[in-house]
Design a protein around this ligand. Structure first.
Ligand code: R5P
Length: 311
């Protein structure tokens, strides 16, 4: 089962291929001078992607990632359909259609937070992107999606997979927390899973978002005096949510505060802000980032196996 990748995510695709006992095939992916994307299945990979089901690794982030994901899907679909006609007349133009078997592994699903029409006239961006991708694949494995409900009624199966088992293991081995905190209600399920796996206390905060850079937490008494605390979230963007939660924990006597997430976006100076508020930052490599110390490959492999088992 070949695992293919484009201009990003090559390392993760290679690790995923190793988890699945498959080969990694990096496709040709580059940019024209005006920044438009280009994708090609190289001649040496044509047979591999036709002989077995294929896994494409692609994140829908940043925006160029969405276009590249669509180009990768289209390129693989054309080759599997046997549509190889080309202007240079190289090779056979038409081959048999080898049928379905294109799976998309999405380490980070960009636009996931616009999952509802919060105000009149808004686009439900997450649903739009999901529909675009679903038209060209036979199933998707999505890692730690912000709110899975938005992908619930697609025409193809979706495996919602999570890196929380690997994050729990990493935290246990490196910092051995005795308290896990969810910085908002949305992360309760994920953070409480981490607390259960580690076998430590758990609590959560209630968060109100004022704007993209400002949040407020409802004050709450937390029994963290002298504790090593891990704040666990699906993603860290500006770091505002984590820094506010860390301050509240310190005021209540926490000895150490660490931040852990699946998706380390770390936008606009987030890392230096975090460094001033927490003792450590732990993230997966779902996106390339300087704090990645947990592999997302085992979780993606679980998602792909779930799709294959459901076939
Ligand atoms: C939103 O609810 C997410 O789970 C994260 O809490 C949020 O995206 C983090 O954003 P920031 O780091 O900008 O506070």
């Amino acid at each position: 089962m070949p695992v293919v990748s484009g201009s990003n995510g090559g390392q993760l695709a290679s690790a995923l291929a190793a988890e699945l006992g498959s080969e990694h095939h990096p496709l040709d992916a580059r940019r024209f001078p005006d920044s438009e994307g280009y994708v090609r299945v190289p001649p040496e990979s044509l047979e591999a992607v036709r002989s077995e089901p294929v896994v494409i690794v692609a994140s829908t982030f940043p925006d160029s990632g969405i276009v590249e994901a669509l180009l990768l899907l289209e390129a693989i679909q054309d080759v599997r359909a046997g549509d190889l006609t080309n202007l240079t007349g190289t090779g056979p133009g038409d081959l048999d259609d080898v049928g379905p078997g294109v799976f998309l592994a999405i380490p980070y699903f960009g636009y996931s937070r616009q999952d509802k029409r919060f105000q009149q006239g808004e686009v439900i961006s997450a649903a739009l992107i999901a529909r675009l991708l679903a038209r060209r694949c036979d199933g998707m494995a999505v890692l730690d999606l912000h709110a899975p409900a938005v992908l619930s009624d697609l025409d193809v199966p979706v495996a919602f997979t999570s890196a929380m088992p690997e994050i729990s293991e990493h935290l246990k081995e490196t910092i051995a927390p005795n308290f896990v905190l969810s910085p908002d209600k949305g992360a309760i399920e994920r953070a409480s899973e981490v607390a259960n796996r580690i076998g430590c206390d758990f609590s959560y905060l209630e968060k109100k978002r004022i704007d993209a850079h400002t949040i407020e937490h409802t004050p709450k008494d937390l029994d963290v005096d002298g504790s090593v605390v891990a704040i666990v979230d699906d993603m860290i963007s500006t770091g505002g949510t984590i820094c506010k939660a860390a301050d509240a924990l310190r005021r209540q006597g926490a000895a150490q505060v660490h931040a852990a997430c699946t998706h380390g976006l770390f936008t606009g100076g987030a890392l230096s802000r975090l460094d001033a508020h927490v003792d450590g930052v732990h993230a997966t490599d779902s996106l390339p980032n300087p704090r990645s110390n947990v592999s997302a490959a085992p979780a993606l492999a679980r998602g792909i196996r779930e799709l294959l088992d459901g076939q």
